[in-house]
Ligand binder design. Structure first.
Ligand SMILES: *Cc1c(COP(=O)(O)O)cnc(C)c1O
Length: 373
């Protein structure tokens, strides 16, 4: 059977491996498995969120509020924008899907960093758009600018901070770059980890309201999946000028956010203190990974997120390290598929990380032994 030919160039997204798979394939006891592959917040949500969900369990026969009035109000008040500037999606992934389809067809071009969030390219290819990537793995705005001048672009993606590497551009650099971009080019500012970046260094902080006011050709993306610990609820949002939001609405399926997801996000926004405590713990624990890497002589990318990317250069092969960890119940992300010899580890809790370091020691011993055979 023949299918839409643009799909020939499309790759299937590969998610972090779920705990159930490691139980099935490696026979590791479920309680011994540590999942540090999808950048979830390991401390979970505020207990108020759980309570709220329990009270709603009786109500599931009713369709959700498709206007999403309450969550939009909460987000617009948090970010000082109007609710007409907000669109909510099943993860910010769905916002990416909307925005790319709203802007691109087979004659379009998309510009992004070489090693960045995989879904930009995947959704882009679904439209038949041409994908342009910089040479450097990490965001390099000089390269972005040169390629933009040479080829032009319908959409530019800036992942601030960048997943899967962790680096983050300063707001000043970003604004300077944006001032050189044509009004008909849409710039997507993906702020999936902005809560972490702005906590660590205020120079990295991007205010969505200021961004879209100064640069009406931008859209800011946020998510409840990372700092807000609601990955299972699949909720994210886009903030942009009304004309952009209105166009994206044409692509939105009805009732794209469930009643439980809406309620969980509204509740989570009421307890910012909880989220901030999680972020503080994240950076305390991240220091341990930096120390560990230094002691072992590995380089790492300074991270403004809840994960750290450790490079093995020519010391080890990242896929082997990841596989050895997996067999011992620790799930991390191997970046070989991105062309980088590194693993990305989500920062876990104190107890989890202690175990990770122990198992990593065993893995490196094992790999050294194999090498000497
Ligand atoms: C996790 C992530 C998203 C989207 O997550 P959703 O769960 O779909 O909201 C978007 N961009 C980046 C860079 C991410 O890491």
């Amino acid at each position: 059977m023949e299918f839409n030919k643009v799909l020939n160039d499309c790759k299937i997204y590969e998610a972090g491996k779920p705990i159930e798979l490691v139980v099935r394939e490696y026979g590791v006891d479920e309680k011994d498995i540590i999942k540090l592959a999808s950048n979830e917040n390991p401390y979970g949500t505020s207990p108020d969120v759980t309570k709220k969900i329990q009270t709603l369990a009786q109500n599931m026969f009713v369709y959700p509020d498709d206007s999403m009035y309450e969550l939009k109000e909460a987000l617009s008040s948090k970010f000082s924008v109007h609710s007409e500037n907000v669109i909510i999606g099943a993860g910010s992934d769905q916002i990416l899907d909307f925005v790319i389809k709203a802007k691109c067809d087979e004659n379009s071009k998309m510009l992004m960093s070489k090693t960045t969030f995989a879904m930009y390219e995947i959704y882009g290819r679904q439209t038949g758009a041409k994908i342009l990537k910089t040479v450097d793995d990490e965001h390099n705005l000089e390269q972005f600018e040169a390629m933009y001048k040479e080829h032009g672009a319908d959409i530019i993606f800036l992942c601030l901070p960048n997943n899967p590497l962790g680096e983050c551009l300063d707001k000043e650099e970003v604004y300077n770059f944006l001032s050189k971009i044509d009004k008909n080019t849409l710039v997507v500012v993906d702020g999936a980890y902005q809560e972490y970046a702005s906590f660590k260094n205020t120079k990295k902080a991007i205010s969505p309201s200021d961004l879209i006011e100064q640069f009406p050709n931008t859209i800011y993306l946020g998510t409840f999946s990372k700092a807000y610990a609601l990955g299972g609820m699949r909720t994210g949002y886009g903030i942009a000028q009304k004309n952009i939001i209105k166009t994206m609405y044409k692509l939105r399926p009805p009732f794209n956010i469930t009643t439980l997801s809406l309620a969980a996000c509204i509740e989570a926004l009421k307890d910012e203190e909880f989220v901030n405590k999680c972020i503080a713990k994240n950076f305390e624990q991240m220091k341990r990974y930096e120390e560990y890497a230094k002691n072992k002589g590995f380089s790492y990318i300074e991270s403004y997120t809840n994960f750290i990317t450790i490079k093995f250069d020519n010391k080890y092969i990242s896929s082997e390290v990841a596989q050895q960890l997996l067999q011992r119940g620790i799930i991390v992300r191997d970046l070989t598929g991105y062309g980088v010899n590194a693993i990305r580890i989500t920062i876990g809790t104190n107890v989890q990380n202690t175990r990770v370091f122990k198992v990593l020691d065993t893995v490196f011993e094992e790999l050294d032994k194999e090498e000497n055979l």
